[in-house]
Design a binder for this molecule. Structure first.
Ligand SMILES: [Fe+2]
Length: 231
C-alpha cells in the first residue's frame, strides 16, 4: 500500500470528518479482491435489514413531524472473535492476517493523526444491488470509550458488475457532500460521529446477479481521555 504524506493526520483537523483516498492500493491487486471476497466470504454473510417502520407515516399526527430511525439493508460478517465458518474462511484467504497486521494498525493511526487503542473491531460488509444505509450518525453515547468520537476505516472493493454507490454526508448542517464509493481500493476514513447515508448500490445492465460492493471495516478508539478533546 502506498501512503501519501499528505494523507498523514488527515483526520486530525477537527473540521475534517471524512476523507476518501484513491490510488493507495495497487489497481491490479485491488481488482481481484472483490471477486475473491465474494467467493470466499459471500456465503457466510448475515443479512441485516431494518426497513422503514410503517407507523413512521401512519401514526404521525402533525404535518412535517416525520422521524426516521436508522434504516438499512446490507450483509455483514463480524471478524472480531469466535470460531465461525465465516471467520475461518476469512482466515483461509489471509484477510485476518492483513487486518490484524501491525502495518494496518499503523495506517489507521497515521490517518487519525493521534494514538489509537490497541484493540479494534473488524467487520466485512457487502452491498448487493439495492442495499443501502439511511441517514444516521453512528454516535454511541452509551459507550464511555466511544462517546467522544472514534475512527472508522473502510477499504472498499467492487465486483465488475457494480456501477455506482454514493456516500452522502453532512457539512455545516446540510447533506451537501457526495462521494462515489463504488471504486476498487478506495480508502474511506470517518471521524465519527457525523450524519451520513449510503445510496442503493446500482448494477451495470444485466449484472445485478453479480454486482457487489465490499467494505473491510476497522473501528478504532482513541487513546486520549474523553475530556481531552477527542471529539
Ligand atoms: Fe455509518
Amino acid at each position: 500500500m502506498w501512503f501519501p504524506t499528505a494523507a498523514a493526520g488527515a483526520l486530525a483537523n477537527p473540521r475534517t470528518r471524512f476523507v476518501a483516498l484513491n490510488g493507495l492500493l495497487d489497481a491490479r491487486q485491488a481488482a481481484l479482491a472483490g471477486p475473491l471476497l465474494e467467493a470466499a466470504i459471500g456465503p457466510h454473510l448475515r443479512l441485516m435489514a431494518q426497513p422503514i417502520p410503517p407507523e413512521s407515516i401512519w401514526e404521525m399526527s402533525r404535518n412535517y413531524s416525520e422521524m426516521l430511525p436508522k434504516v438499512m439493508r446490507q450483509r455483514t460478517l463480524h471478524l472480531d472473535a469466535g470460531q465461525s465458518a465465516g471467520r475461518r474462511a476469512a482466515e483461509a484467504i489471509g484477510l485476518l492476517a492483513m487486518l490484524r497486521s501491525a502495518s494496518y494498525r499503523a495506517f489507521a493511526a497515521a490517518l487519525a493523526g493521534r494514538p489509537l487503542k490497541r484493540k479494534y473491531g473488524l467487520q466485512a460488509i457487502a452491498y448487493h444491488p439495492g442495499d443501502y444505509a439511511g441517514p444516521h450518525n453512528d454516535h454511541h453515547p452509551e459507550e464511555p470509550e466511544a462517546r467522544q468520537g472514534y475512527l472508522d476505516l473502510h477499504i472498499g472493493f467492487v465486483t465488475p458488475g457494480a456501477r455506482s454507490q454514493l456516500l452522502v454526508y453532512a457539512k455545516a448542517g446540510h447533506f451537501s457532500e457526495a462521494v462515489e464509493v463504488a471504486r476498487n481500493g478506495l480508502v474511506n476514513a470517518y471521524r465519527l460521529p457525523f450524519w451520513h447515508y449510503t445510496t442503493p448500490l446500482l448494477a451495470k445492465p444485466r449484472q445485478a446477479e453479480t454486482a457487489r460492493r465490499w467494505i473491510l471495516l476497522g473501528t478504532f478508539l482513541y487513546q486520549a481521555a474523553p475530556d481531552q478533546g477527542a471529539r
